[in-house]
Design a binder for this molecule. Structure first.
Ligand code: PGA
Length: 251
């Protein structure tokens, strides 16, 4: 059975101290509770290790927001997948639309990152999604299929370790959410595409998260869709109480 997951993406919003405080708030909010989903926080590199230490022993999993496409060496400013894993982190967001947009990340680069993340035991949270013009031109399904081609280079065994996140770029940080029907349509088409590429069991076992202005008020309806297995949360992951509302949307 595929996992239900609520994952936070803190982006570039938290200092080290703010990150530790947020992790502590979330840990305290979850104390004594048994969430009906896996809970993950992906933090800036600067706080991954401290957050991993802060939440040790809790149900919270930790991840980075990216990793280098290179294994090791003279890559000033980069952080490798093995360095991320060395903190105790278990996840790594890859291919977020902000990386694609501002850093020109393409499939060739993302294939390298995927392989390094997997080789270091990290679960990639691989993001796909169309921009507004592609939604309007009704080309979004082929755009997403083109982005999925990067993960489709993986063996079935490796693909089984990947979490997919569908994030329509026009809904990220804009307050515009895809309707639950729009999101469900894309999630179902991604799942059908995975079944065609691998097999039905692989598709059924893949967690596909929705991201883009997901919050406590719309999470229940989104998560009620048959092919939506959770959320990748930006803005609403920056306050423990807001993030808890989304976690608790899984009843
Ligand atoms: P948002 O961001 O929830 O602030 O829209 C989601 C994301 O970009 O992962």
């Amino acid at each position: 059975m595929r996992k239900k997951i609520v994952a936070g993406n803190w982006k570039m919003n938290t200092t080290l101290q703010e990150g530790i405080a947020l992790a502590n708030d979330l840990k305290n909010a979850l104390a004594g509770k048994t969430p009906k989903c896996d809970v993950v926080v992906c933090t800036p590199y600067i706080s991954v290790a401290a957050v991993a230490e802060t939440v040790k022993g809790s149900v919270i999993g930790v991840g980075a927001e990216d990793c280098s496409a290179n294994e090791k060496g003279a890559f000033t400013g980069e952080v490798s997948a093995s360095m991320v894993a060395s903190t105790g982190a278990k996840y790594c967001i890859l291919g977020h639309s902000e990386r694609r947009q501002y850093h020109g990340e393409d499939n060739a680069l993302l294939i390298k990152k995927l392989n390094l993340a997997l080789a270091n035991g990290l679960t990639p949270i691989f993001c796909v999604g169309e921009v507004k013009e592609e939604r309007e031109a009704n080309t979004f399904k082929s755009v997403i299929e083109g982005q999925m081609a990067a993960v489709y280079t993986l063996s079935a065994a490796d693909f089984a370790k990947v979490v997919i996140a569908y994030e329509p770029v026009w809904a990220i940080g804009t307050g515009l959410t895809a309707t639950s029907a729009q999101a469900q349509e894309v999630h179902a088409s991604i799942r059908a595409s995975i079944a065609a590429k691998y097999d039905k069991a692989t598709a059924e076992n893949t967690s596909i998260l929705y991201g883009g202005s997901c919050k406590g008020s719309n999470a229940p309806e989104l998560f009620a869709q048959p092919d939506i297995d959770g959320g990748l949360i930006g803005g609403a992951a920056l306050k423990a109480a807001d993030f808890m509302q989304i976690i608790e949307a899984w009843k």
